[in-house]
Design a protein around this ligand. Structure first.
Ligand SMILES: Cc1ncc(COP(=O)(O)O)c(C=O)c1O
Length: 445
């Protein structure tokens, strides 16, 4: 029998990790949570500066969401949505359709990638069921990320990550993402105009074969924290309607408050046909995601059984009752604590703290909205991926931040500020101190 640290090194294959390097690192096995901190087997505490992969809302430890999960576990641990219904999944669907304007039905999955996969399949079959089987092409944005399953990798293709899996993927048309930094434009208006023009040209070229345009709602996070200029998403939405193309919005990372809005597409004045949520839906306590659609989509799947119009997608844990109970309690807690107001207060504080980064010479651009910020690092006009001593920036940030009692990761050369959504002001201040100290240290190295 191994201790947990040795067992991890011996037996666990970590995601997106060069395991040769992992073996040389001091194991940090998290054994419990305390508020916004994670505590390891040696009693060391780390502020959860990544919101445990961008999904944590309330921190760690018992609260009403945990209570609701416990109650649900006592009553019914799991039952299927294949041929049966469950109380929590029915109640959550009612709640979500009440919140997300234009959405009438909820399709359950258990992670964001599967929610996207369902959305893509839904779009293809929608057109087939409507007698337009030629509509099979997808358009997506450069720098987009939608998950790690085959369809999701196709629409969110990143060469470094997915090159090896290309034989599995579908070719997708990519259009520019509206990122001002590094572009040839001097202002957002011109940039948006150019992006919209390029997107419209792509839609015209694909013509009647385009099934859907897929993009993250409000901002791209994994692609480097690219926050859309106001008006951009609305224009894309109008373009999709004009060209008879479905709009699939991915709110998996941005929905439920990350950018200061409960439902981001509404704040963006856009109208998706299909929208996906995950991550914060259950406060990050249970794997659950949803793909939501309006009746216009849903009704195309109705017909005689023999017409074979039904949606062929489902997972063992589809609509898991414990996850649905967690989501219901979580959404109630948002209202009880007026979380959106707290997020918007903290967002202003975050903005004020970001001003400190402008004085650091390697900081090339700072992008911010809500409780999300990206601090882009560059040296001599080139993305800072490696320090002068050849240490990789992401290893440096991860290793040094842990020594400072904070867990942080970078996205390439971008430092990401993405705290648990309900973080208190003192811990947010501590998080910003850590980011500033790390940027200053990296400046010298
Ligand atoms: C925008 C977006 N879409 C989809 C996903 C995939 O979600 P999951 O990791 O739950 O499969 C992510 C994950 O980070 C994401 O950020």
């Amino acid at each position: 029998m191994h201790g947990a640290e040795d067992a991890d090194k011996e037996f666990v294959w970590h995601p997106y990790t060069q395991m040769k390097d992992w073996a040389g690192w001091e194991g940090r096995v998290i054994v419990r949570g305390e508020g916004f901190y994670l505590v390891d087997s040696k009693g060391r505490r780390y502020l959860d500066g990544t919101a445990s992969m961008w999904c944590n809302v309330w921190g760690h430890g018992p609260n009403e969401v945990v209570e609701a999960m416990r109650d649900q576990l006592k009553r019914l641990q799991h039952s299927t949505l294949f041929g049966l219904a469950s109380e929590p999944s029915a109640r959550l669907a009612e709640k979500l359709t009440g919140m997300a304007k234009g959405m009438d039905k909820v399709f359950y999955t258990d992670n964001g990638s599967s929610a996207i996969e369902s959305a893509l399949k839904m779009a293809l079959q929608y057109w087939r069921n409507r007698g337009k089987p030629e509509k099979t092409e997808f358009v997506s944005l450069e720098h987009g990320y939608h998950g790690d399953t085959a369809g999701a990798m196709s629409v969110g293709y990143i060469e470094q990550f997915f090159g090896a899996y290309k034989p599995l993927l579908k070719k997708v048309h990519r259009v520019p993402s509206p990122l001002l930094y590094g572009s040839r434009f001097g202002n957002e208006k011109d940039l948006v105009g150019w992006c919209i023009e390029k997107t419209e040209k792509a839609l015209e070229k694909i013509g009647g074969r385009c099934a859907a345009l897929v993009m993250e709602s409000g901002a791209q996070i994994a692609g480097g924290v690219n926050i859309y200029p106001r008006g951009y998403q609305q224009k894309i939405s109008q373009l999709c309607k004009k060209h008879g193309v479905l709009l699939i919005l991915d709110e998996i990372a941005t929905g439920f408050g990350r950018l200061g809005n409960m439902i981001e597409y509404e704040a963006q004045k856009s109208r998706p046909d299909i929208v996906c949520f995950g991550k914060a839906l259950t406060a990050g306590y249970f794997p659950l995601a949803v793909t939501m659609a309006g009746d216009e989509i849903f009704n195309a799947f109705l017909g005689q059984y023999s017409q074979n119009k039904q949606f062929y997608h489902g997972h063992t844990f589809t609509g898991h009752p414990v996850g649905c109970a967690a989501a219901l309690a979580n959404l109630e807690l948002y209202e009880k604590h007026n979380l959106m107001q707290q997020i918007n207060g903290n967002a202003q504080y975050l903005e004020s703290r970001l001003a400190e980064f402008e004085k650091i010479s390697i900081v090339a651009d700072v992008r911010h909205r809500g409780l999300l910020a990206g601090i882009e690092l560059a040296r001599n006009g080139k993305p800072l991926m490696q320090l002068k001593n050849k240490e990789r920036l992401n290893y440096f940030v991860m290793g040094e931040s842990l020594k400072m009692g904070v867990h942080l990761r970078t996205l390439g050369n971008v430092m990401v500020v993405i705290p648990p959504l309900a973080i208190d002001r003192d811990n947010l201040a501590k998080l910003m101190d850590a980011h500033r100290e790390l940027a200053k240290k990296a400046e010298k190295l």
